[in-house]
Ligand binder design. Structure first.
Ligand code: F6R
Length: 264
């Protein structure tokens, strides 16, 4: 993987947004893999900022004449209306519309601020009744979209990506998984009580993630340092699921100095 060390999450967000903007300039219908959690927020904020700046440029509203790239004034034009997206994961069994379901979170933190087209954005079906079919359905939808062009990834303190906890197969596809106690504790901050964190999730598999054309893994803060070092430099092992990125030909790891602290 290519490792880029930056000063802070804001800078990392701009760098990740650069890669996304370049992709969309080349392919306005690009398919993004969307992570949730705290880590990708600065990337989404940077993209929202650029989309808002682009919307203010004279002439860029004339859709027929709109070209992604750089306009004559040198400002970047960015049209996100045709971008498609697939969330990495979803909790299983939260009632529809629950404020912490990733469908709701993606709508609130990504679709609305970026002005994405809601019907272009997919999230695994987290209803308990769909548990048996949600994984295969999601894989089919990703294939039908032509695959994921750029997958944004955070990393758990235990080395998970998506909700592929330690022990996940490198070949796994989207399926139901059990969250570890560590991950439930890490995510308890989003819920009213620790017990309210669901026990299960539907997550893209490590094999699904490997099929994306470009991986952009983001990590900030000292709590992520060990997981980042294991992902980038450790042995390939299912006990550190993120080490699977070493098998990918185009993986970019953007970290702040604290998250980079355990790298050789
Ligand atoms: C979220 C996801 C998880 C998180 C990871 C880090 O869709 O798949 O792998 O990226 O748990 O979470 P934060 O960013 O909140 O530290």
């Amino acid at each position: 993987a290519e490792v880029v060390i930056v000063a802070n999450a804001a800078e990392a967000g701009h760098l990740a947004a650069d890669a996304i903007v370049r992709l969309i300039a080349r392919k306005p219908t690009a398919v993004l893999g969307l992570a949730t959690g705290s880590t990708p927020l600065s990337t989404y904020a940077a993209l929202a900022e650029r989309a808002a700046a682009s919307a203010k440029l004279p002439g860029t509203k004339i859709s027929g004449a709109k070209i992604s790239g750089t306009n004559i004034s040198g400002a970047e034009t960015l049209d996100l209306s045709r971008v498609r997206g697939f969330a990495l994961d979803e909790y299983l069994g939260l009632p529809p519309g629950h404020p912490q379901s990733y469908r709701t979170v993606i709508t609130r933190e990504v679709v609305e601020p970026l002005g994405l087209t809601p019907t272009n954005i997919h999230v695994p079906n987290g209803s308990a009744e769909a548990a048996a079919t949600a994984g295969d359905d999601y894989e089919r939808a990703i294939v039908a979209a032509g695959g994921i062009d750029l997958q944004i990834l955070g990393i758990g303190t235990d080395g998970h990506i998506g909700f592929n906890e330690p022990g996940s197969s490198f070949a796994s596809l989207t399926r139901v998984k059990t969250l570890t106690e560590q991950t439930r504790r890490d995510n308890a901050r989003f819920f009213e009580t620790p017990d309210a964190v669901p026990m299960h999730c539907v997550t893209q598999g490590l094999g699904t993630i490997l099929r994306a054309r470009h991986l952009v893994l983001l990590a900030y803060g000292p709590a992520k340092a060990a997981a980042v070092a294991a992902a980038v430099e450790g042995p390939l092992t299912a006990s550190q699921p993120a080490s699977v990125i070493q098998l990918h030909a185009h993986a970019t790891v953007i970290v702040d100095e604290q998250a980079a602290a355990a790298l050789a």
